[in-house]
Design a protein around this ligand. Structure first.
Ligand code: HEC
Ligand code: HEC
Length: 367
């Protein structure tokens, strides 16, 4: 489908994160085992550098996904992941105890809230659609406008956001330190009491386990020619030929760059997107290309949740976006493919073939 050298490699190197992979080397293998990178000095005591906790034996990366990027200063360990999972589901991270990360990124709802825009503390409604946490580990920056450089940086943001969890980090740290079991776990994992840094790291480590691959498409790419039906195969061809795959580039079906597709630009006060971050006019209305893996479960679509169904979202994309002075030339180029209604249907079927086996994690017991 795309024979260019892996686009994600350059991005990952640029971010100076460690790509750690020990593929078993056997193409028949459904899973590639990934273990944390050996640190300098390596060997048996690799675990002794960053944290007192031991590295997780392996985080299994499902078929079709690239090696898991894990930052050097936040290695994956079993205890850290378990701690992050508790924090992720714990409403006590919000001011009134009612909102957890899982409220808006619910494992049972494709790790989003399946609402156009999210409702936070005291029923306040935000302006943007909650992206899924599925495969967020691979994004080279977080949020629709990329304003958080890492999952670690992102994870502590919602706590202090006045319309999301409405708390302060300082107070959350004080309160969690009053819960002996949390204090013990932080000591075990980080060798410190509860800290904001530790909260971010633990939640990020947990989020890096929320992976989804092994889709019909991945099976097809691995050699099972019957994994896709005819409509899906046709949809895949159109997806490539019309230029969808330039932005929604495999294997993650996003190149994680920013483009203006014209979504919401006709609003009275349009969301400025990337311009909010860079303050540059050329970035007006640009949003990060969303991954299309598991998109079948993560609607409504677009940064403002304006497309209710996958069909609606694909129709707008297939029409080359909505006209506005800053519309991406690559969006306009899609128009030359002159996709018919039946073509759009097949593209939708193809996107459904990108749905994998994401974890339906149950809330853990909280301390
Ligand atoms: C009130 C709803 C709400 C709560 C609570 C919430 N989020 Fe979010 N989350 C959102 C919205 C909305 C966005 C998109 C915001 C944007 O792009 O500006 C988002 C973005 C994200 C992203 C970026 C994903 C991507 O692809 O860019 C991650 C990761 C994330 N949230 C994790 C968390 C974690 C971890 C918590 C708990 C500490 C949390 N969220 C709490 C609504 C919420
Ligand atoms: C120039 C880059 C580019 C091209 C080409 C492109 N897209 Fe997109 N796509 C985007 C961006 C950017 C968004 C998010 C727009 C927003 O929310 O403002 C998006 C959003 C989507 C979404 C919604 C996903 C979600 O989770 O919200 C779907 C579905 C989609 N595109 C499918 C397609 C299809 C099918 C094609 C080809 C017909 C295509 N795209 C071509 C950049 C592109």
């Amino acid at each position: 489908m795309n024979r260019k050298k892996p686009w994600w490699l350059a991005g990952l190197l640029a971010l100076a994160v460690t790509v750690i992979a020990l593929p078993t080397g056997c193409t028949q293998d459904k899973k590639a085992a990934v273990t944390p990178a050996p640190t300098a000095g390596d060997g048996a005591d690799a675990a002794s550098t960053a944290t007192p906790d031991k590295p997780a034996d392996a985080v299994e990366v499902p078929l079709g996904l690239p090696p898991l990027p894990v930052p050097k200063d936040n290695p994956m360990t079993a205890d850290k992941i378990a701690l992050g999972k508790q924090l992720y589901f714990d409403g006590r991270l919000s001011k009134d105890g009612t909102i957890s990360c899982a409220t808006c990124h619910d494992p049972k709802k494709g790790w989003t809230d399946q609402s156009p825009t999210s409702t936070g503390i005291k029923g306040q409604v935000g302006g943007r659609n909650a992206p899924t946490v599925i495969n967020a580990a691979y994004a080279t920056a977080q949020f629709w406008d990329g304003r958080a450089p890492s999952l670690e940086a992102q994870a502590v943001g919602p706590i202090a956001n006045p319309i999301e969890m409405g708390h302060t980090l300082k107070d959350v740290v004080v309160e969690l330190n009053k819960i002996p079991a949390y204090k013990d776990q932080f000591q075990k994992v980080f060798g410190t009491d509860v800290t904001a840094d530790g909260i971010g790291k633990a939640i990020a480590a947990f989020e890096r386990t929320v992976l989804s691959g092994d889709s019909a498409y991945d099976k097809f790419k691995a050699g099972d020619k019957n994994a896709l039906n005819d409509a899906q195969k046709h949809g895949m061809e159109l997806f490539n030929d019309a230029g969808c795959s330039t932005c929604h580039a495999p294997p993650m079906f996003s190149n994680y760059r920013y483009f203006n597709a014209g979504v919401g630009m006709d609003a009275e006060k349009p969301d400025e997107g990337l311009k909010d971050v860079t303050k540059k006019d050329k970035d007006l209305g640009k949003f990060r290309v969303p991954s299309l893996r598991d998109a079948a479960d993560t609607g409504p679509y677009f940064h403002n949740g304006s497309a209710k169904t996958l069909e609606e979202a694909v129709a707008l994309m297939g029409a080359g976006g909505k006209d506005n002075p800053n519309l991406s030339l690559m969006m306009k180029a899609v128009r030359s493919a002159k996709l018919k209604d039946t073509d759009l249907k097949d593209i939708v079927e193809f996107i459904k073939a990108l749905s994998g086996n994401y974890p339906k994690t149950e809330p853990p017991k909280l301390p």
